[in-house]
Design a protein around this ligand. Structure first.
Ligand SMILES: *[C@@H]1O[C@H](CO)[C@@H](O)[C@H](O)[C@H]1NC(C)=O
Ligand SMILES: *[C@@H]1O[C@H](CO)[C@@H](O)[C@H](O)[C@H]1NC(C)=O
Ligand SMILES: *[C@@H]1O[C@H](CO)[C@@H](O)[C@H](O)[C@H]1NC(C)=O
Ligand SMILES: *[C@@H]1O[C@H](CO)[C@@H](O)[C@H](O)[C@H]1NC(C)=O
Ligand SMILES: *[C@@H]1O[C@H](CO)[C@@H](O)[C@H](O)[C@H]1NC(C)=O
Ligand SMILES: *[C@@H]1O[C@H](CO)[C@@H](O)[C@H](O)[C@H]1NC(C)=O
Ligand SMILES: [Fe+2]
Length: 449
């Protein structure tokens, strides 16, 4: 049975629903036909407590403004300005668009704000978001999935509704968007951003790149998203509640033509970031270290993907580069990463605690209570035109639970010792088909022994 906490929408009932409905028609006209600005909006957490980035796209150069106010207070009594970056798609039409980014600062933790974005030349619909609670004892709730496309995004409707019901504080999209954003001269990317607007305009939408973003050196991905740090959203980390969350690119192991130096740069950054997160004073307040990257180290699918090989590139690195490129398994193990979230395989698979191809259960009865190695979850079945994958009939001993249903994962970092994960099947109308508690009295490398 699911223990997922549901927040009711009643907090939004004091007059802010109807103005949206009333103003929608005229706004739509002016936005589309006069100024040809088509907002495609997303919220991204900057990683700095009390701030949020609002991002949208227009096809004309306009100012970048967000007008906002506290829910229940005066509408739009605050405003913030930002910048628009020109993005020229590399398709044959060389389509131009402006990606606007406005950072809202000094937000009151847990307060709900109503906002719209645009400029005097045209405004978006009205949306709302809740500023994240900045307490380390906050228990954030995440929806986690990868591989959601423009066609056949089967879980999308359920995710839209659950987000609007207030069931998530943050979304983690673990790579592979739209299938593919660059197609039809990047119109598929525009369409996909509109599809996720009904999620991403309400809660922060945090991402990492997947193989479907690789065309033109990941340019649609790098330009359209706005993650923390200075790496064009390729790798970064941030904190929420008692968790330190690291997002990385597994694609640096596969697209060496875009720069082998990226692989080494990311590795060095990961090492430094993990070092910092493991300083006793940091790990004491953010004991959970959670990583997200697109291609898994392990999986038991029957395609020939990297993870089906026991010596996967992501896990062990590359031997044919100069110098050889280190993999991530040893690094993550050494720094006591607790949970590793992956996608790419269009299935759901939960692993017993695993390191070096061997299972390290906490105990036979309670494998996830004080596990002796990281816990891996593969969740890449949100829905896309490539449908779902199939499993190999004889998985290795680390494979604990598998499902080929479309669906997504929910994760709650409850407190310093308890983290909850459950898998929702969209094929089975939202049924929770798997759940675990990861319980750790100790975190870090020494927790393995
Ligand atoms: C807006 O952009 C479109 C397409 O790039 C262009 O044709 C149009 O002239 C621009 N309109 C204005 C008002 O600048
Ligand atoms: C943030 O979450 C903590 C832990 O649940 C809670 O005690 C605190 O009141 C919350 N902060 C606000 C401003 O609501
Ligand atoms: C690909 O993009 C990355 C990130 O911007 C950049 O560092 C790299 O030099 C680019 N590679 C090529 C071949 O343009
Ligand atoms: C790299 O070479 C070592 C030693 O030959 C081997 O053990 C390892 O499996 C190889 N790794 C990969 C990813 O091929
Ligand atoms: C790990 O724990 C699970 C659940 O009790 C059990 O089925 C499995 O055999 C254990 N694996 C090892 C290697 O102990
Ligand atoms: C952490 O959460 C778990 C599960 O809700 C609860 O049983 C436990 O008492 C909590 N620990 C603390 C220190 O509050
Ligand atoms: Fe993929």
């Amino acid at each position: 049975m699911s223990t997922w906490p549901v927040v009711s929408l009643s907090q939004l009932s004091d007059g802010y629903i109807s103005p949206v409905a009333r103003s929608k028609a005229p706004l739509f006209c002016s936005v589309i036909s006069i100024y040809i600005t088509i907002p495609i909006i997303g919220l991204f957490f900057t990683g700095v407590p009390g701030s949020m980035v609002v991002t949208w796209t227009t096809f004309n150069k306009t100012e970048s403004k967000v007008e906002y106010g506290l829910l229940g207070g005066r509408l739009f009594d605050m405003s913030a300005k930002g910048d628009a970056a020109l993005f020229v798609d590399s398709g044959e039409e060389m389509r131009k668009m402006y990606i606007h980014r406005v950072t809202l600062t000094d937000l009151k933790p847990t307060a709900t704000y109503v906002y719209h974005c645009g400029s005097e030349e045209g405004w978006s619909d009205m949306f709302s978001f809740t500023a994240l609670n900045d307490s380390t004892s906050f228990s954030p709730r995440f929806a986690v999935y990868g591989d959601m496309g423009n066609e056949n995004p089967q879980s999308l409707a359920r995710l839209q509704k659950e987000t609007q019901l207030g069931m998530y504080d943050v979304i983690l999209h673990v790579g592979d968007f739209a299938y593919d954003m660059h197609e039809d001269n990047a119109r598929v990317g525009d369409e996909f951003m509109r599809q996720i607007q009904s999620i991403a305009a309400y809660v922060p939408y945090m991402t990492c790149p997947g193989n479907h973003e690789s065309t033109y050196n990941f340019s649609n991905y790098r330009n359209r998203f706005s993650m923390p740090g200075q790496t064009e959203s390729l790798w970064y980390s941030w904190n929420l509640g008692s968790a330190h969350i690291i997002s990385l690119s597994t694609e640096v192991y596969f697209y060496l033509e875009f720069g082998q130096e990226l692989l080494f740069k990311q590795y060095e950054w990961l090492k430094k970031d993990l070092e910092e997160a493991n300083k006793p004073e940091n790990r004491a307040v953010r004991p959970w270290i959670i990583t997200m990257g697109h291609r898994p180290m392990y999986c038991s699918d029957d395609d020939q993907d990297d993870c089906t090989k026991f010596d996967s590139y992501v896990r062990l690195g590359l031997n044919d580069t100069k110098p050889p490129a280190p993999g991530l398994e040893d690094l993550f193990y050494h720094y006591g990463v607790d949970v590793e979230l992956w996608a790419h395989e269009h299935t759901y698979e939960r692993l017993w605690p695993v390191y070096g191809d061997k299972v390290y259960n906490g105990s036979k009865e309670q494998p996830y209570v004080n596990p002796k190695a990281p816990v891996h979850i593969i969740t890449g079945s949100a829905g896309c035109r490539e449908k779902t994958d199939r499993f190999n009939p004889n998985p290795k001993e680390w494979s604990a639970f598998r499902s080929t249903d479309y669906g997504y994962t929910r994760m709650q970092v409850v407190n310093a010792t308890h983290l909850y994960l459950e898998q929702v099947s969209d094929d089975q109308y939202g049924k929770v088909i798997d759940s675990i508690w990861v319980v750790k009295e100790k975190h870090g490398f020494s927790a393995w022994f």
